[in-house]
Write a protein that binds this ligand. Structure first.
Ligand SMILES: *[C@@H]1O[C@H](CO)[C@@H](O)[C@H](O)[C@H]1NC(C)=O
Ligand SMILES: *[C@@H]1O[C@H](CO)[C@@H](O)[C@H](O)[C@H]1NC(C)=O
Ligand SMILES: *[C@@H]1O[C@H](CO)[C@@H](O)[C@H](O)[C@H]1NC(C)=O
Ligand SMILES: *[C@@H]1O[C@H](CO)[C@@H](O)[C@H](O)[C@H]1NC(C)=O
Length: 424
């Protein structure tokens, strides 16, 4: 799914992907401030070998470019994160955020429209009162299904730095938004006030210049708030706001100019069970047990062959790319992105891993993805690709995994790929 006219260059580059809680809806946000929602079709009986496909359900402009005159700053419309609220009535609600402003959207369906107004004509123009001679009773007439998106709340002016995460709390009355140095708590009903629940001044000693990111996990039966944040390669888990610090001792023999940059955490996720934490840094994915703070229980190499290329990756700024990572529905498989439109999967039980590619040339509809291999030095086999011919402009930063099935969504610049298990 891709391409669109208008907007600035690269406006259609996908910047976030998120399934709703049952996986029937999939929302993407892009650099141009647009949100596209896909809905999974009902399975049809005569096509048993095919499962429901995802089709566009609604498209709307969530954020527009703005200008902050006080700080003389341009505020980009790019959507940084989307979070669904659980469905409570016929409408769907989601939060979308750019660098500064979070919006609550209501997405609803309409298949009837009122006709026969007394003071307006059918186009909505006011009628001349002199021509109104009789009283009509308006009626509802069926029409083609229309999906409408309307902003219900706008939460602004609470972040100095760029918002990088939002998460809805299990009371569904509050949510949190985080930038590099602060986490704010909001009530959905109150847009002019938020509580700063954690904030680090840019100059607080050893936390100087360190970046905060977070995820939250709240078991349904209790209202405990477990909050997780991470400056550089440190991980803080706050149990009732008492922090536990997770840190792996550094191997001094591995220290280099790039150590701090490549160990900087670009994404962090609680497992569905709440027992594990996954972190992504530039070269690896690590799984931590909440009961063990001094080292990760698993470390997976995403693209270790880039170790020898760190200089050029620093020069072209790729070393600062923020790759995300996701769990599958049962926490047994991990997925994360790489370059050349490659993405990686790690099976935690069998310890097997695979590299797959999301590209138009190599993935025809309903074809089976072939594992790809990168070769490091030596002789290159026919089906392998050499490190030197990887395309670093094609990166997979954002992916999502269906909450209960083996369906994944992979954003490759302005294309969205949805892959699913082969059905017989
Ligand atoms: C996810 O979207 C589907 C699809 O339309 C809806 O039926 C379902 O209730 C949503 N799930 C949740 C938990 O909101
Ligand atoms: C927020 O808005 C409400 C309603 O307009 C008002 O009563 C309240 O005082 C405002 N709060 C702040 C902190 O501005
Ligand atoms: C040190 O580097 C080697 C590869 O060069 C890697 O296998 C090892 O995991 C690294 N050690 C740490 C603690 O990162
Ligand atoms: C997670 O992945 C494993 C291995 O592919 C699979 O057996 C399991 O069904 C997946 N779980 C979910 C909920 O998709």
């Amino acid at each position: 799914v891709g391409g669109r006219g208008g907007g600035g260059a690269g406006a259609d580059i996908i910047s976030t992907v998120e399934f709703n809680h049952t996986g029937e809806l999939l929302a993407t946000g892009d650099k141009g401030g647009r949100v596209v929602i896909f809905q999974r079709e009902q399975e049809s009986k005569n096509q048993v070998h095919r499962r429901g496909e995802y089709n566009v359900y609604s498209t709307f402009q969530s954020h527009e470019p703005e200008f902050d005159y006080l700080k003389s700053l341009e505020i980009e419309e790019k959507i940084n994160k989307i979070r669904w609220l659980p469905q409570q009535n016929a409408a769907y609600f989601l939060l979308s955020t750019n660098d500064k402003t979070v919006k609550l959207w209501k997405v609803s369906e309409r298949d009837k429209r009122p006709e026969g107004y007394n003071l307006k004509d059918e186009e909505g123009r006011l009628r001349d009162p002199a021509t109104i001679t009789s009283l009509r009773v308006p009626v509802l007439r069926p029409m083609d299904l229309m999906v409408e998106a309307a902003p219900r709340r706008v939460f602004a002016n609470a972040h100095t730095y760029h918002i990088n995460s939002i998460s809805v709390n299990s009371d569904y009355e509050t949510y949190m938004s985080a930038d590099d140095l602060r986490i704010n708590l909001w009530n959905f009903e109150i847009t002019n006030q938020s509580f700063s629940i954690l904030s680090w001044g840019p100059r607080t000693g050893w936390l100087e210049r360190r970046v905060l990111r977070y995820d939250s996990f709240q078991p349904h039966q209790c209202r405990n708030l477990y909050l997780l944040s991470y400056p550089k390669h440190l991980l803080f888990v706050l149990f009732f706001f008492c922090p536990a610090v997770f840190e792996e001792p550094e191997d001094p023999s591995n220290r280099s100019f790039f150590s701090e940059i490549i160990s900087s955490i670009s994404d962090v996720k609680f497992s569905h069970s709440g027992r594990y934490i996954m972190t992504r840094d530039y070269l690896t994915v690590k799984v931590w047990d909440l009961n063990m703070e001094n080292r990760p229980i698993e470390t997976y190499q995403v693209h270790d062959y880039l170790r020898s290329k760190l200089c050029s990756l620093y020069e072209n700024d790729c070393i600062f790319d923020k790759f995300e990572c996701v769990w599958n529905g049962s926490d047994s498989v991990i997925m994360t992105g790489s370059y050349n439109n490659f993405f990686r999967m790690f099976d935690r039980n069998t310890k097997r891993d695979v590299t797959l590619e999301a590209s138009r040339e190599n993935s025809k509809p309903r074809a089976i993805l072939k594992p790809r291999k990168v070769c490091v030095g030596g002789k290159r086999r026919k089906d392998e690709i050499s490190v030197d011919s990887l395309d670093f402009s094609k990166k997979i930063l954002h992916t999502a995994w269906h909450p209960s099935e083996n369906i994944i969504a992979v954003a490759a610049t302005n294309n969205l790929y949805i892959f699913q298990d082969k059905v017989n």
